[in-house]
Design a protein around this ligand. Structure first.
Ligand code: GLV
Length: 311
């Protein structure tokens, strides 16, 4: 039996292989579908943006793991082998990195540090601390593993935190919203909107002119969920009209973001190359190994993908 790793070179498949083998030196691992010797032996696959239909080649596959928190790239394959369970990652290091990124962006904006980077004379000596937004209300879309971790960090920094999710959550000091009305109610009070929602049919185009214009005037948007949730032209219109003060975007409809995309030239948009949080091989290897062992012995898997809701 073997475990197949089918992830892009940029995600360093060899590092994952070494991390898994350091936990279990007897594990048979094959990197890349082109290197599989015997397709019948493959019982578990770890994939990211794999070719459509590929996973049907392995008749004894017992489970498929996404190599990220998101399952959308996996579910984009309309020819997945029927009945094979899907799992995704939930990782503490990824949650820490994501929280670090989000806090950095909010503080950069709140303390206007990018303005000082451009112009050291931005504000005169002796002037009081001037926040670009006096408000300190964070609104998190998606109160899952990453959203809850970020909420805790913002609470420690004395921000007010609210969150919107499919079902209301009971989290100490976090105001929880759900549903359409809850969405509007949260937007209306938000200074910094953080999108951590997965890409599903429900979330596609959710951040558009109608919804984003409900945010407080001058609010700031951070998108670290998926590019498909945001309507690009609507964001630009809201920034140009002054409704939003800026945006930091890590994810895009097309990645890498095309060179000529208007986001690249916009003075109030900060762009990062989908690296707010990358998958750290050593940190995720234990849960991949655990799911592999559970799959081959027919036990309940961890972090299964909810096919009904698409994440
Ligand atoms: C990254 O986008 C992930 O889904 O982990």
């Amino acid at each position: 039996m073997s475990l197949l790793i089918c992830i892009p070179d940029s995600m360093q498949p060899q590092s994952l292989c070494s991390a898994l083998q350091s936990l279990d030196s007897g594990l048979k691992i094959e990197i890349g579908s082109e290197n599989v010797h015997n397709q019948d032996e493959v019982e578990f696959a770890v994939v990211w943006k794999h070719p459509e239909g590929l996973l049907r080649n392995y008749p004894n596959l017992k489970a498929i793991s996404s190599y990220g928190h998101g399952a959308d790239a996996l579910l984009a394959d309309k020819q997945l082998p029927a009945g094979v369970p899907l799992v995704r990652l939930m990782d503490t290091t990824m949650a820490k990195w994501m929280s670090e990124y989000l806090l950095t962006v909010v503080l950069l904006q709140r303390r206007q540090l990018l303005e000082y980077a451009k112009n050291p004379e931005f504000s005169a000596w002796g002037t009081a601390v001037c926040h670009s937004h006096p408000g300190n209300q964070i609104g998190i879309l998606g109160l899952g593993y990453l959203g809850l971790a970020a909420a805790k960090v913002f609470l420690l920094m004395d921000f007010k935190v609210s969150g919107w999710s499919r079902r209301k959550k009971q989290v100490k000091e976090v105001e929880s919203f759900s549903g359409k009305k809850g969405f509007s109610a949260m937007l209306k009070q938000t200074d910094y909107l953080i999108n951590l929602l997965p890409h599903t049919t429900e979330t596609r185009d959710l951040l558009n002119i109608g919804t984003l214009s409900q945010l407080k005037r001058g609010a700031y948007l951070i998108n670290v969920g998926r590019g498909q949730t945001l309507v690009d032209e609507d964001l630009i219109a809201l920034l140009d009209g002054g409704q939003l003060s800026g945006a930091c975007l890590d994810v895009f409809r097309t990645e890498p973001l095309p060179k000529e995309h208007p986001f690249r030239k916009h003075k109030n948009i900060l762009i990062t190359p989908h690296n707010s949080s990358a998958t750290p091989a050593e940190s995720v290897a234990p849960q991949i190994l655990e799911n592999y062992r559970r799959a081959v012995s027919g036990r309940q898997l961890l972090n299964t993908v909810d096919l009904e809701h698409g994440y």
